[in-house]
Design a protein around this ligand. Structure first.
Ligand code: AMP
Length: 310
């Protein structure tokens, strides 16, 4: 299935206890598309400014990401996010968010993106996510991520957007905040009552849990001794998950074993992402390394009962 993503395309300034980068390629759509690119072609939709140069495009092109729907706005500035993490790497502290060219972005998708069979609405203003969802009439499966920033500033709009997608990817604190429900199981039910058929609750270094109407599956994160920068872990998870799902075709997307494998690929891609800053590790990643870590995670978690398949 063809796959498209809309979300932030950004420059990030990030400080963690283990180092700092003043300006590096980031953004939810970038992290997502790099992770998903290991399974097939991904089309990225979104605007950038003049400051987004050949070097940044080259990172995406090196992984075969299709950038035809990246709109370069003359005189504009690329989305900018500055954040830091203390010793608890599960919590990102936002110090600055500059929407730049996203401030008045009016998405007009190419025919190829409108016809994509799978769509990911990565973290960005929920009105924009919905506009893109409405244009993508070919999408048979749509996923969505968001964050506290949008739950606080655009909750009603986000709830409308949630109603138009199939799978939600959010961390457990965001799910509680969105639904105003302290119990996570009830929070996922409340989300599903609005339309989605599955919720992936991300739990940082503790892993992720998949809730469906009558199913539950939890997977620990791959145990890593070195974590330098968790930025983009959630998007890489979604990229691994949906990239794998897209590669399996439409009939597989509702199958429980396929969804569990998708969870495992999501976890694997997220684990590589956090080893280094920004996109640094994923830029050098190979499919072979992904398969090795997938096999290790399957063994650790007794997923061996599930027949091996790509
Ligand atoms: P995560 O996977 O949640 O760590 O997402 C990290 C990415 O989200 C960073 O590369 C940021 O550029 C991007 N980001 C941060 N704040 C926002 C926001 N309010 N809207 C969209 N993207 C954001």
């Amino acid at each position: 299935m063809s796959l498209a993503v809309v979300g932030s395309i950004a420059f990030d300034a990030v400080r963690t206890p283990f180092g700092e980068r003043k300006r590096m390629l980031g953004g939810s759509a970038v992290h997502f598309s790099l992770a998903a690119s290991f399974f097939g072609e991904v089309r990225v939709v979104g605007p950038v400014g003049d400051d987004f140069g050949d070097e940044e495009y080259a990172v995406l092109h090196a992984r075969g990401v299709n950038t035809d729907d990246i709109e370069r706005v003359p005189g504009g500035e690329t989305f900018f996010w500055r954040g830091h993490y203390d010793f608890d790497l599960n919590t990102a502290h936002t110090d600055d968010t500059q929407l730049g060219v996203f401030g008045d972005f009016d998405p007009k998708l190419s025919e190829a993106s409108r016809e994509a069979e799978m769509l990911f609405l990565a973290n960005i203003q929920p009105d924009l996510q919905r506009q893109v969802r409405e244009q993508c009439t070919g999408a048979r499966l749509a996923g969505l991520d968001s964050m506290n920033f949008w739950i606080e500033t655009a909750r009603e709009s986000l709830l409308k957007t949630v109603a138009g997608v199939d799978i939600i990817f959010m961390n457990d604190a965001e799910l509680r905040m969105l639904t105003q429900e302290p119990n996570l199981v009830r929070a996922t039910r409340k989300v599903m009552e609005r339309g989605p058929r599955a919720v992936v609750a991300k739990q940082g270094e503790y892993g992720a849990a998949l809730f469906t109407a009558d199913g539950f599956f939890a997977l620990p994160a791959f145990p890593l001794e070195t974590v330098n920068d968790p930025t983009g872990a959630g998007d890489s998870f979604a990229g691994g998950f949906l990239g794998y799902l897209a590669s399996q075709g439409e009939s597989a997307s509702g199958d429980d074993a396929t969804l569990r494998r998708a969870m495992t690929y999501g976890s694997v891609l997220a684990s590589f992402n956090v080893e280094e800053f920004g996109t640094e590790r994923v830029q050098r990643l190979t499919r072979e390394e992904i398969e090795d870590r997938y096999a290790a995670l399957r063994q650790m978690t007794l997923l061996d009962e599930i027949p091996a398949a790509r």
